[in-house]
Design a protein around this ligand. Sequence first.
Ligand code: IMP
Length: 190
Amino acid sequence: MTRGYISASFIFCMDIQASQNKEILIRRQAIEQRIHELAQEISRDYVGSALLLVGVLKGAFVFLADLIRQMTIPCEVDFVRLASYGAHTESSGNVMLIKDIEGSIENKDVLIVEDILDTGLTMTKLVEIFSQRKPMSLKVCTFLDKQGRRRVPFEADYVGFTIGNSFVVGYGLDCNEQDRSLPDVYIIKQ
Ligand code: IMP
């Protein structure tokens, strides 16, 4: 597996609407290049298989859309949505599936596509739920990985960029539902 590395300092997303200040972390050109590499790697790994990509709403929709258009193998697409109740800025650990995929994953090669891995609690829960449905294989591809913030051990199979502990927005990622449409990734500064 290959990884892109970006380092940054630790800042939480707080009441940013009032005093938002953003600093660019990953430019669109670097994102485009990295997604091309990831798509090639995934296409090679799954050649000849019936691949189902499961995007995690809402944050992964931009990444998933760009990823599939760079892939050279056919695939199906579906979506899930999870909710974590408790703190606003990080997973409470109480993760629930609030929108499920439409079909069965039994005997299918499934690749979960996530926007960002933070504490690891959300992906741990989703992998646990999907594993019980007997897929042929189950892997995880995340656009961003904040390895330093894990509360449970979790390793993605494909990682776009490993970043520091900062709260980031753009390229599908939001803070209070804002900034998903930004084409670059930004650190939120207070
Ligand atoms: P985890 O369960 O802590 O790994 O949380 C993963 C989810 O938290 C992601 O799918 C995002 O929705 C959200 N999240 C974590 N860090 C960030 C961030 O820096 N920006 C935007 N959303 C984030």
